[in-house]
Design a protein around this ligand. Sequence first.
Ligand SMILES: *Cc1c(COP(=O)(O)O)cnc(C)c1O
Length: 393
Amino acid sequence: MNAQQIKEGAQQYLANTYGRFDLVLERGKGATVSDTEGKEYIDLGSGIGVNSLGFADEGWVREVTKQLGKLAHTSNLYYSAPCVELAKVLCTRTGMKKVFFCNSGAEANEGAIKAARKYSLERYGKGRHTIVSLQNSFHGRTMATLSATGQDVFHQNFDPFLEGFRFAPAGDTDKTLSMLTEDVCAVMIELIQGEGGVVPLERDYVKAVADCCKKRDILLLVDEVQTGIGRTGKLLCCEHYGLLPDIITLAKGLGGGLPIGAVLFGEKCENTLGPGDHGSTFGGNPAVCAGALAVLSRLDDAMLGEIEKKGAYLRESFEKLPGVQSVTGLGLMIGLQPAEGIAARDIVTRAIQKGAIPLTAKSKVRLLPPLAISWEELEKAAAILSECFEEGE
Ligand SMILES: *Cc1c(COP(=O)(O)O)cnc(C)c1O
C-alpha cells in the first residue's frame, strides 16, 4: 500500500476515533522515524510516551525476539519467568510490595480502583467507596477510569458514569482536604497532569493530601502511567515528591513499545486482591515483560541523569523564546504554551512539515521524546521547533 492507499483505507475501514495528522510512518531507528516517501522526522512524542528506548533499539529487539522464539504467551494459570523477574525488579527499585500486570494505563487504573474499594470494604464495610480525583485529570477511557477523569470533554455522550467519584480542585489544599469525608476510600492523582496540559502539582499540596490520607487510612493512588519509568528523570515521579504511595499505576513507557500496564501495591494493600478478584488474559505476557525488562535494565542512574540534562537543555532552549509563554514539566515531559492566538496544533503541523513530531496537550505543545534520544537529534529537534514558534508570532 502506498501513502494514499493507506490514508483512504483508514478512512474506509478504521473507526473514526482519531483526528490524525497527514503523516504515514513506516520505520524508525532511535528517535528518527521515516514516512513512506523516506522523509525523516525526529520523534518528540514516542507514540505518546511509549517508545522509551526509541525505535528498533537493538537490545530491546533482541530480548523480545529471543522470548518470542521461546514462549510468546502462556496464561496466568501457570508460572513463567519473565513476569516474575519484572515484578521483582519493579518492587526492588520502587519499594512497592506486589505487582498486578495488565495491558494498558486504563486497565491499570481499573485494577487500582477495584483494589481501593475492596481494601476499604474489608476494613470499614459498605458505603466508604468514594474515590476523590482531581479536576483536569486524565485516567483512561474505560467507564470506571472515565468516571475518575476530571475533564468534561471526555464525559459527553456516555452517561451514566460509575457512582462514587468526586473531583477536587488541584492545588487547593483546603478544598481538597474538606472533600476527604467519611465515605472516601482513596485519592487518585497524577503528579504532573499530562493530558491536562503538563501541569505539575505543587509539593506542599501533595504532601498535605498524602499526610491526610495516611492519617485517615485513605489510600493514595498515584497514576504514573505517563510520568513513570524515567520520563521525569527519576524512575518514578514520586521520587521528586519524596512520596511512597499505597498504589502506583504504570503503563505507557514501561514496555518500550509493547502494550503493558502494571498496578504496584504497597504494604497496606499488597494482599487485598486475592484469587478470582481480578485478572487479565494477556497480563504478564512473557514477550511483553521481556521488553519491559530490557527497558528497565537500561534505565540506570547514568541514563536517568542524561534524561534530566536533556530535559533541562530543552526547557532552557524554549524559556528564552518570545513565541513561548511558559514552559512546564520535568525531565523529558515538557509543556510549551504558545503565544496568545497561536494554536498548538498549528505549531505541530508546521513542525511535521519541517521534520519533527511533537504532541499537543490541551492548549500546549507537549514534548515526550524517546528517553534515549541522542544529543544530535535533540539539538536538531529544538532548532526546528524554535523556528516554528518564532514563525508563529
Ligand atoms: C495515557 C494515560 C492513561 C491511559 O492509558 P491507556 O494505556 O491509553 O489506557 C491513564 N493515565 C494517564 C496519566 C495517562 O497519561
